[in-house]
Design a protein around this ligand. Structure first.
Ligand SMILES: N[C@@H](CCC(=O)N[C@@H](CS)C(=O)NCC(=O)O)C(=O)O
Length: 201
């Protein structure tokens, strides 16, 4: 199968984290492209209906998006129901995933706005930063227990979002006042899947 993406995209990293955790990387051929929200020319390499990444083209030619659906498909290939139905329960995992995924959406909006203003963090950027902080606070209340739990899609997406803050918004000091999340992330960062998928500028 082919994964169309970029080593700068957090949604692509989320998919690759899952692929590593499921032992599927040998079956995935990567194709890197660059995307931009304002770009309206269709990239012939990317069959995603919105021109977004990640896009997965399966071995039998099916076009799969978005990142959540690709992760679910990979779990089915690897017969890994634990990815979405682990010991902490499907509802908890999906809610954790939704929190981290919403944070990614806010971080991307902030990046687009910051690029539009040539690096100036205006009021809108500030609103996105504060809302990401609300997500971080929600995660902090539960992160204390995660180290004793097996990894699943929610945790992988949280790790991806935290790594993305460090990559794009290194001055944010998200660890400050969130000791459980910071300790969990440090532990998580040592996983081979995290080391193998670092963001490339
Ligand atoms: N909900 C989608 C979001 C994908 C997304 O926004 N990808 C960004 C790259 S990080 C993109 O393709 N941006 C270009 C665009 O929106 O045109 C997913 O989870 O896969």
């Amino acid at each position: 199968m082919r994964l169309i993406g970029s080593e700068r995209s957090p949604y692509v990293r989320k998919v690759m984290l899952v692929a590593h955790e499921l032992g599927l990387t040998d079956r995935i051929e990567r194709e890197n492209i660059s995307v931009a929200i304002r770009k309206l020319e269709r990239d012939p390499i990317n069959p995603n209906p919105f021109g977004q990444i990640p896009t997965l083209v399966t071995d039998d030619g099916r076009i799969v998006h978005d990142s959540f659906v690709i992760c679910d498909y990979l779990a089915s290939l690897a017969d890994a129901s634990w990815l979405l139905n682990g010991t902490s329960g499907r509802l908890d995992i999906l809610t954790r995933h939704a929190t981290a995924h919403s944070m990614l959406d806010l971080l991307l909006k902030r990046l687009v706005e910051r690029n539009r203003t040539n690096g100036v963090e205006n009021d809108l950027c500030g609103a996105f930063r504060i809302k990401v902080g609300w997500g971080l606070d929600a995660l902090e209340t539960n992160a204390g227990g995660w180290m004793q739990m097996p990894v699943e899609l929610g945790q992988l997406t949280v790790a991806c979002a935290l790594a993305y803050i460090d990559f794009r918004f290194e001055d944010d000091a998200w660890r400050h006042g969130r000791p459980s999340l910071a300790a969990w992330y440090e532990n998580m960062s040592a996983r081979p899947s995290m080391r193998a998928t670092t963001f490339k500028a």
